[in-house]
Structures are given as C-alpha cells and as structure tokens.
Ligand binder design. Structure first.
Ligand code: G3P
Length: 217
C-alpha cells in the first residue's frame, strides 16, 4: 500500500519523505489556501521533494478549461497528477489528459458508480472520500470495498486512493480491504507508529540499559 501525504505543507512533506514513508502527495484548493502559497510555486517545490505522484487540482469546472489548466499543471514536473472533480466535465478532461499520458486523479468520489465512470475515463487514481461519508453517517469503508470488487471484477487498473482519511483505523481498514493508496494528513501517518505498550516497553528497556550500563558504541 502506498502512503500519500494530504497536505501542501512543505516542511511536513520533507519530514515524512526523510522518514522514508512517503510515496506521493495530494493537494486540493483548501490545502493550497491553508499553505498561503502560490499554487504553481508550492506545487513545484513539492514535486522537487517527492519522487512519487503529486496531485494538483484544477480550478475550472468546464472541460476545456480543465484540460488547459491540466496541461499547464502537467508542465510543472513529470510526477504531477492532475486532479479533476468527479463531474461529467471532469471525466471528459480525465479522458483527454490521460490520453496525453498525464496521470489523472479523479476526486470527490462518493459512490461506486462514480468510481466506475472514472475507471472507464482512464483515471490513474480515484479518490473516494471516507471521512466525509462518515460525517453523514454512511460507512466510507463500504464504498472502498464496493470499488475494490468492481475494479477486480473487470481488471480496471485505476488505483483506489482512499482519501479524507481522518483516523488510524481508516488506514488499517483501507489496507484490509485492499485500497492501493491512502492519503492522510501527516499527523495521522506519523501516529500509525504509536502504541502505549511500545512506550511502556521502551521505558523498561531504557531503565535496564541505564542500570546495567549496557553500551554498544
Ligand atoms: O484528499 C481529500 C481530503 O483532503 C479531504 O479530507 O478531511 O477535508 O474531508 P477532508
């Protein structure tokens, strides 16, 4: 399973990348706004840090404009994945941009049928939003399972990118179901390492190291 950081915070991206935990990055207009940076500049900086796909989202709602924006974004770096919304115009733009060899991430997916359309449009990634479904009392994991089954039934190569991940259980459940990628805030990715018994066990070991004067270097 690949881990993408869902952020436009370059310091957080650099930290995760240095830990060796990062396979890519996703951004969206809200994350760009939060960064306070120019979209083209910050996206270029992220692409220089990370080897894997970096999703940058179009701002237009019309297919032709999305295609023009997507072509401009794709010129930033070879690892750009153009992000388009799951609308009919977005699907049209996805088909054209994918046909030109550009990676496309179709975002704002909330149903299996939407995911099926994105796969048929040649999307590299489909982004079902788990947390936002949970917010309206719909189990987001059911959607991941449905998409996994449909893609496996027909051999679609579009990667399931579980997005709007808010908790460590979202990560585990996505992995159990077989999502190809999760994108999560850096804090969620780092907190996967946490366990109180690890802390307790390490404290005990450190106490014994000190008491026994154990040295390796
Ligand atoms: O990748 C999409 C993600 O940024 C949305 O997350 O928490 O705003 O629903 P959230």
């Amino acid at each position: 399973m690949k881990f993408f950081a869902d952020t436009a915070d370059v310091d957080a991206i650099r930290e995760l990348n240095d830990l060796g935990l990062l396979d890519g990055v996703t951004t969206n207009p809200s994350l760009i706004k939060k960064s306070g940076r120019n979209i083209l500049e910050v996206t270029k900086e992220i692409c220089d840090i990370v080897d894997g796909p970096v999703s940058a989202e179009v701002t237009a709602t019309d297919a032709d404009e999305m295609i023009a924006e997507g072509r401009k974004l794709a010129k930033i770096a070879d690892n750009i994945a153009v992000k388009v919304p799951l609308t009919l115009d977005g699907l049209k733009a996805c088909k054209v941009l994918s046909g030109e060899g550009t990676m496309v991430n179709v975002t704002l997916c909330f149903s299996a049928n939407q995911a099926l359309l994105a796969a048929k449009a040649g999307a590299t990634f489909i982004s079902p939003f788990i947390g936002r479904l949970d917010d309206i009392n719909v189990d987001g994991m059911d959607l991941i399972a449905e998409i996994r089954q449909i893609f496996d039934n027909y051999g679609f190569e579009t990667q399931i990118l579980a997005a709007s991940i808010r908790t460590v259980n979202h990560v585990k459940d996505s992995a159990m179901i077989g999502a190809d990628v999760i994108t999560a805030p850096p804090a969620v990715i780092k907190s996967l390492a946490n366990h109180p018994l690890t802390d307790k066990g390490l404290d005990a070991f450190l106490a014994d190291i000190k008491a026994a004067g154990i040295k390796i270097l």
